[in-house]
Design a binder for this molecule. Structure first.
Ligand SMILES: [Zn+2]
Length: 49
C-alpha cells in the first residue's frame, strides 16, 4: 500500500510525504497538511469510527 487516507479531508496521502502524522488508538494516521492534523487533534472521534 503506497498511500494512506487523510481522515479529515479524505485525500490520498503518501505516508513518506505526509505533512503530519499522528497515532490514535494504536493506528497511524497521515495528513495532507498541518491544518488537517490540527483538526484531527481537536476531535479525532469526529473522523474515526
Ligand atoms: Zn487533508
Amino acid at each position: 500500500m503506497a498511500t494512506a487516507k487523510d481522515p479529515v479531508c479524505g485525500m490520498e496521502v503518501d505516508p513518506r510525504k505526509a505533512a503530519g502524522r499522528m497515532e490514535y488508538q494504536g493506528k497511524p494516521y497521515y495528513f495532507c497538511s498541518q491544518e488537517c492534523l490540527k483538526q484531527f487533534k481537536g476531535g479525532p472521534k469526529k473522523y474515526v469510527k
